[in-house]
Ligand binder design. Structure first.
Ligand code: SF4
Length: 376
């Protein structure tokens, strides 16, 4: 199974039910994904908020830490040969209540792993690169995929688009941690030649299908949103919106987060996007550790200013995700006044997003940490 931090609880509970139905040794269970990569012990202990007093041993047999493709292959070969899995680097388990296992150092070679299963028709996002050089303090991506950016080659992207076009696929949604950063070798600047080659070659194979880049779940860093990059994008993609990662209207908070861009960059990116004919959708987050009333006021001000120019905001609430530098950070929860502002902006159609659910999740998470009770 795979689990994000927000889905760790249902994954843990489903696993517990399966083990109880079929017996503890009927199958080998492994949980991978962002959550076990950041907090392997919690899935191995079978922690779940709804079942705090449970005895150990109902957790997963193994946690898969980091990228999984090569590990899945070694697991399959090992099980087929009747071998124990303890020697597979990247798999961790509990031994006498201690976490044991070997960290996997090598990264997956994207050229050997197609972004979609080519034997089946399984249309979903096409991952065109991994890793992120920026290392924002709240983000799990660099911890899972590393800070060295790797990009799928144009040849292999063309091949997968061609394959799926022959199966009748109509929409091609490319996903990358930084949507306009494909093959960029200069931090803070898009590689417009590579972007152009990517989209031209994909379109030539898509047989009239629609291309999407810079739409959910990928977002563009503001400083990569240049007129040249968006001119290329506009020529080829079908998304009307451009999702831009802004995160905060407070420069102090952006600096604390190590975002590496300014509030002014966010404003410029929105102007540029509107000038190029896109509708900007800005991702902003409230509740970062240490966020003051003044930081929050600046974020609200940015929202109002951007809304006046035609942008919309995807509002999030900070979650202290395991495996990130802010994993132990304490969120600053919303005050009544903040909720009223957000509700008004939501009613005006300026703000949307999952901040309410995320704030609730953060509360449970922080309580769990405080009580040293199991994960939500
Ligand atoms: S938030 Fe975006 S830019 Fe920052 S580390 Fe994560 S993927 Fe990279």
């Amino acid at each position: 199974m795979s689990a994000m931090t927000m889905t760790a609880r249902p994954a843990t509970e489903l696993h517990r039910d399966l083990k109880s139905k079929w017996g503890g040794t009927a199958f080998t269970s492994i949980c991978g994904g962002p959550h076990p990569t950041g907090d392997a012990a919690s899935v191995l202990k079978g922690e779940s908020a709804s079942d705090t007093g449970r005895s150990p041993g109902t957790g997963f047999d193994y946690a898969c830490v980091g990228e999984g493709e090569d590990i899945v292959k070694e697991v399959a070969l090992g099980l087929a040969r009747g071998k124990a899995l303890d020697g597979v680097a990247g798999l961790f388990r509990l031994k006498d209540d201690e976490l044991t296992g070997e960290v996997r150092r090598d990264r997956v070679d994207l050229e050997r792993c197609p972004p979609l299963p080519m034997r089946n028709r399984f249309p979903t996002h096409i991952e065109i690169g991994r890793g992120c050089r920026w290392g924002c303090a709240y983000c799990q991506t660099p911890g899972i995929h590393g800070r060295v950016e790797r990009f799928r080659s144009l040849d292999s992207i063309e091949k997968v688009v061609d394959f799926y076009a022959r199966t009748g696929m109509k929409d091609y949604r490319f996903v990358l941690p930084n949507a306009l950063g494909y093959a960029s070798d200069r931090p803070g600047s898009p590689n417009c030649d590579a972007l152009s080659d990517l989209l031209e070659r994909a379109r030539s194979r898509a047989r009239g299908g629609r291309l999407f880049l810079g739409s959910f779940p990928s977002e563009a860093r503001p400083e990569y949103v240049t007129a040249e990059a968006l001119g290329i994008l506009k020529e080829h993609v079908s998304n009307e919106k451009l999702v831009i990662g802004g995160q905060s209207g407070s420069q102090r908070i952006l600096d604390e987060l190590k975002r590496g861009h300014s509030v002014e960059d966010i404003r410029k990116a929105c102007d540029t996007a509107i000038g190029a004919g896109f509708k900007p959708a800005i991702d902003l987050v409230l509740g970062f550790p240490g966020e003051s009333a003044e930081d929050r006021r600046q974020t609200f001000k940015l929202m109002e200013d951007l809304a006046g120019q035609g942008s919309r905001v995807n509002m999030h609430f900070f979650m202290p995700l395991p495996g990130t530098p802010l994993a132990e950070g304490t969120p600053v929860f919303l005050r009544e006044h903040d909720r009223r502002v957000l509700d008004r902006l939501a009613q005006d159609g300026i703000v949307r997003g999952g901040w309410r659910r995320q704030e609730e999740f953060s509360r449970i998470w922080v309580k769990r940490r405080r009580d040293k009770s199991p994960c939500p």
